[in-house]
Write a protein that binds this ligand. Structure first.
Ligand SMILES: Cc1ncc(C[n+]2csc(CCOP(=O)(O)OP(=O)(O)O)c2C)c(N)n1
Ligand SMILES: [Mg+2]
Length: 355
């Protein structure tokens, strides 16, 4: 199947391509993006280990996808609303969402961890592609408010098979909604490979809906940033919605409940290890001598502190009263929910009696 050339700026050897966007690349920009990715990787790794130690019920790692997330969210304005999926931890960190907020849902102590309005970052959506329709609806509100916000919506390759995704693309195109759909094509939807999701490459399918599209190397943070900035600028000018397909790889299992060795090979992992997004930017920093030993020592210390804070904040979260789960089902509750709360309390009391 014919695909467009993948847009890239940074080789695995750290060499910058001869491209107009490379002129905007500064040492300061690269150090900032590198820091974002290193911190995200540390938080992700700590959370994984906390799950293994029984402190979290589940965790979905973003390992390998840091460039796709950091490059895209750093390309838009801080007030542009974002509708994430569920492994967008690097993007969340860039929006100031800290470890306690990120882990609460996965520790099962709260139904969500942060205020979406404060961070301009929606709650994680586990119902695949539902957030894409929310994003289009929000973008229609932006149109009616007459502001120039651009909505960024993340989703995965597997999610693109959902009816909701295709409805969202079509709906956004027909109303010219100010949305950038951002697909992290990490090659897998649990154990289903992309080859079983796409009859045609996603960026080509999206073009058929009338979206402006781009295919980008999702492990190249500079290319992702440049492509997202271009797309967001065109959307902000009123050019209609866009879709970016970022080619990346989910280096870990789907979740901590998954064993990826059952369905993929070590050779495939090696292929992607050689394209690691953090190593690639590090190669540029080293090659150009844009970061000295003090920068790396400070960043290591900052990552260690974030790791320690992640462990502390996780273990410090108190267990909620089980009845609290009924409080957030409907605003103001309902008689049916009250009956369920009472029945559950009665059931818990029988457990106490058995002790
Ligand atoms: C509507 C719906 N169907 C099925 C699932 C179960 N499910 C959870 S994650 C997942 C795979 C999603 O793959 P992809 O969209 O590529 O995202 P990734 O996990 O790779 O980031 C599936 C099938 C779900 N959460 N929601
Ligand atoms: Mg996927």
């Amino acid at each position: 199947m014919e695909t467009r050339d993948t847009y890239a700026l940074l080789g695995t050897n750290g060499r910058l391509a001869d491209d107009p966007a490379a002129r905007d690349v500064t040492p300061e920009l690269c150090r900032g993006l590198y820091r974002d990715m290193v911190l995200a990787r540390r938080l992700d790794s700590e959370a994984y280990h906390l799950q293994r130690q029984g402190e979290l019920g589940l965790w979905l790692q973003c390992l390998g996808q840091e460039a796709a997330q950091v490059g895209s969210i750093r390309a838009i304005r801080d007030d542009d609303p974002v509708f994430p999926s569920y492994r967008d931890h690097a993007a969340a960190l860039c929006r100031g969402i800290g470890p306690e907020a990120l882990l609460a849902q996965w520790r099962g102590v709260r139904q969500s961890g942060w205020d979406p309005a404060e961070h301009r970052f929606g709650l994680y959506t586990l119902v695949l592609a539902a957030q894409l329709l929310h994003a289009v609806g929000y973008a229609m509100g932006v149109q009616r408010d007459g502001t120039d916000e651009v909505v960024l919506a993340y989703f995965g390759d597997g999610s693109s098979s959902e009816g909701e995704a295709n409805e969202a693309f079509n709906w956004a195109a027909t109303v010219s909604a100010p949305v950038v759909f951002f697909c992290q094509n990490n090659q897998w939807a649990i154990s289903t490979p992309t080859s079983r999701q796409f009859g045609a490459p996603l960026h080509r399918r999206a073009a058929g809906f009338g979206l402006a599209t781009e295919l980008v190397d999702g492990n190249d943070v500079l290319a992702v940033r440049a492509a997202t900035a271009r797309a967001a600028e065109a959307v902000r000018r009123g050019g209609g919605p866009a879709l970016i397909e970022a080619t990346t790889y989910r280096m870990a299992g789907h979740s901590t409940s998954d064993d990826p060795t059952r369905y993929r090979t070590e050779a495939e992992l090696d292929h992607w290890r050689a394209r690691d997004p953090v190593d690639r930017l590090r190669a540029l920093l080293d090659r150009e001598e844009w970061a000295d030993a003090a920068f790396h020592a400070d960043l290591d210390a900052e990552a260690d502190a974030l790791g320690a804070e992640t462990r502390r904040a996780c273990r410090a979260m108190p267990d909620p009263d089980p009845a609290e789960m009924f409080d957030h089902v409907l605003p103001g509750g309902s008689p049916a929910i009250d009956r369920q709360r009472d029945a559950y309390a009665a059931y818990l009391a029988t457990l106490e009696e058995d002790r």
